[in-house]
Design a protein. Structure first.
Length: 149
């Protein structure tokens, strides 16, 4: 006489297959999270670089004069970044090309590059750079009535 076995449960092979499938799925999810965090960090770094470039460019645009040459500097706000500006005179009198590069301090890799033009009124006849600076400073000071400020 044969007895029918009516056992409930899973066999060892079924448990092993389910464990492997679950393991592969968890590895995929973990890699997805890692990639997402990495992309988020890169975007944050790029945003900080844009903000640093914008801030520095704003300073250049407020200045009454520009001097051709290359300068570098570091950010107090974003300690992992530094900037490099290159100002070149163009063929047009008073027109300057400004290139601003924000790069990582650690490896010097550029994160953001900005190129623009700025026109600075050429010196008046007989005016010196010092005269221009004084004229600019006087224009920025509020008068005694408070009308400029």
């Amino acid at each position: 006489m044969t007895q029918a076995r009516n056992e409930a449960g899973f066999s060892l092979v079924e448990v092993l297959v389910a464990t492997v499938i679950l393991g592969v799925g968890l590895v995929g999810v973990t890699q997805g999270f890692t990639a997402s965090l990495s992309a988020s960090k890169a975007t944050e770094h790029q945003t900080k670089a844009v903000m640093l470039a914008d801030s520095h460019l704003e300073e250049l645009m407020m200045s009454p004069w520009l001097e051709a040459g290359e300068r570098t500097g570091e950010s107090d706000v974003y300690p992992t970044l530094r900037w490099r500006e290159t100002i070149k005179e163009t063929k047009s009198d008073g027109l300057y090309e400004i290139e601003l590069v924000v790069e990582r301090k650690a490896d010097g890799d550029p994160v953001y590059r900005l190129t623009t033009l700025r026109f600075v009124m050429p010196l008046d006849t007989g005016e010196t750079e010092e005269d221009r600076r004084e004229r600019f400073e006087n224009a920025r000071r509020p008068d005694e009535t408070g009308a400029n400020g």
